[in-house]
Ligand binder design. Structure first.
Ligand SMILES: [Zn+2]
Length: 273
């Protein structure tokens, strides 16, 4: 009897310890989330709740390499501040700059020289469908319609491509897509690897519409966009829409009128969630 009571007390302590550890882990995870804003993406549709998660954090997934691309002119912060203030209506440029600590990363203007994109043409990942590469191409075409000074074309050359998109089964951390982009010392983006999951972490397969939506969101990151608090936008961390919103296009257009690198010296603090 005495032993049984001891055991019960021991289990109680183990239980309390486990509960505390779990709370601490959650608090830590929340803090980490705040430092790396770009956590998850979800698609909520009327007939299904498909988890479109991704974790393309601008800090965690960017890679810096030197390049020989030209340096932009030294920023005139006062003029840039006026310009951004004048042009920001209908955009979420403030969200993007806040997430990027006031820095712009984007492709250099190259309207005559589209970015070469390779899409993995087939995959042995279960539930992969032959029509999925077309969903990805459709997503790129949707962004092309924004009229940005950078456009995309598709290549079969997986080695020479500047952007490579591969299929993965699922992400362990509930993400649905990831974009690892490379930028140079000035802030010019010059390449990326994109991964698109075919299943939610639960194992539920995504459908064609989800695949296209994941791609729309990831291409937004590829172009230099970051997350917005506007849930009607495809760059909302948990995507609720299946097409680009006017704000997505307007923000991208404005981003491509800004130089790469620091565009503001303001201290950009995230408001409390
Ligand atoms: Zn994202």
């Amino acid at each position: 009897m005495k032993d049984a009571r001891k055991t019960a007390v021991l289990f109680m302590f183990i239980g309390i310890f486990a509960a505390m550890t779990s709370v601490m882990t959650s608090v830590f995870a929340m803090r980490r989330h705040r430092r790396h804003p770009a956590p998850t993406t979800w698609l909520l549709s009327a007939d299904s709740v498909a988890a479109l998660d991704e974790a393309a954090t601008s800090e965690g997934l960017e890679r810096m390499r030197r390049s020989s691309l030209p340096a932009p002119p030294a920023p005139n912060f006062a003029a840039l501040r006026r310009f951004i203030a004048d042009q920001s209506e209908g955009t979420y440029i403030d969200d993007v700059l806040r997430d990027r600590n006031g820095h712009v990363a984007r492709w250099i203007e190259r309207p005559e020289n589209p970015v070469q994109v390779w899409i993995q043409p087939a995959s042995s990942v279960s539930d992969w469908m032959p029509q999925y590469p077309q969903q990805i191409r459709d997503a790129f075409r949707a962004w092309d319609a924004a009229g940005l000074p950078v456009r995309f074309t598709f290549t079969d050359d997986s080695v020479g491509a500047e952007v490579k998109l591969r299929w993965v089964d699922h992400f362990k951390d509930a993400a649905a897509g990831r974009t690892y982009w490379s930028r140079d010392q000035h802030g010019w983006i010059f390449g990326a690897d994109i991964e698109v999951a075919l299943h939610a972490t639960s194992g539920a397969p995504y459908d064609a519409r989800a695949v296209r939506t994941i791609a729309l969101h990831e291409i937004g990151h590829l172009l230099g966009l970051d997350h917005t608090r506007d849930e009607t936008s495809v760059m909302f961390p948990r995507v609720r829409v299946t097409r680009l919103a006017p704000a997505d296009l307007a923000t991208a257009v404005l981003l491509y009128q800004l130089p790469p690198g620091a565009v503001t010296t303001d201290t950009l603090k995230k408001p409390s969630p």
